[in-house]
Design a protein around this ligand. Sequence first.
Ligand SMILES: C[S@@+](CC[C@H](N)C(=O)[O-])C[C@H]1O[C@@H](n2cnc3c(N)ncnc32)[C@H](O)[C@@H]1O
Length: 316
Amino acid sequence: MNSLQVDPYALLHTTEFSGLARLGWERLRKSRHGDLPGWLDHIDRLPVGNFNCDLNRDAPVLGAPVEEPGMLEKQLLKLQPWRKGPLQLGGISIDTEWRSDLKWRRIAPHLELGGCSVLDIGCGNGYFGFRMLGAGAKLVVGIDPTLIFVMQWLAMQKMCPGLKNFVLPLGIDDLPANTKKFDRVFSMGVLYHRRQPVEHLEQLKSLTRPGGQIVLETLVLKGEGEKILDPQGRYCRMRNVHAIPTLGSLLRWLEQAGLPDAVTLDVSATTTQEQRSTRWMTFESLQQCLDRENPFFTVEGHPAPVRAALLIKTCP
Ligand SMILES: C[S@@+](CC[C@H](N)C(=O)[O-])C[C@H]1O[C@@H](n2cnc3c(N)ncnc32)[C@H](O)[C@@H]1O
């Protein structure tokens, strides 16, 4: 049976966020992406999993080990590129491009997710959503317009059904104005892709309930004061990076968006241990995007990536 004959958001329909479930399901069914039939075929060939899971691990466990691991691995490899993880699916270890567990370790000690509804904007395949459930969130709605990541989530959902972590094929601008507010809103690795950063921050605020919290993670420039790098052209070989602020400028943007209550949780340079090519993501990665002679700079001559994570409280 084709994986899209069953609504993967059925469980989300039963919650207060049923409007988003309808939107996500409609978008998925109506997608005309040329690779979709092939991806769905790969997912159809995956074994139906069981409810075995352990989400409180660097590599969340989804589904018990299968009888034919070789077959499963072959099918999962067809859903490349696997960027966010690591993951343990049906006993197969997926060594993703990103060691997203390292980012999680930097922010998790500062989060209070118990019983919370969470919106994760730019969630990728939903890796962090599984970690959030593991940390006590009652439900996670992830949105990401990149369809292959939704396919990876569909595969995980098939291997381990029944978890309230959803990945919807939507961008932030697809969310209706009357979207129900969440207790927690995450925007990690998205702000620098937005042409209007303050507008993005205002959107985050409008999606968070009064007294709720926002987790913002983004590229920053090292240094004091207010300065913004606008890489005309590429940054680290990425085409769509629009603005990289110093922390001072980022805090100013937050104030402009009506979010003055922000605490910096962490500032870390991204390393080639954290982001690298693997068997599960065979394209170029950070190593190839840094200056060979001086890895403190990108191949374009910009400062190498440094990321900051902030916790922002909204007014009660
Ligand atoms: C750099 S990745 C970050 C993924 C993950 N949040 C993390 O921190 O590792 C950025 C993600 O944002 C998604 N994205 C890009 N534009 C978006 C938009 N307008 N709304 C929501 N997600 C978007 C991309 O598809 C991609 O998966």
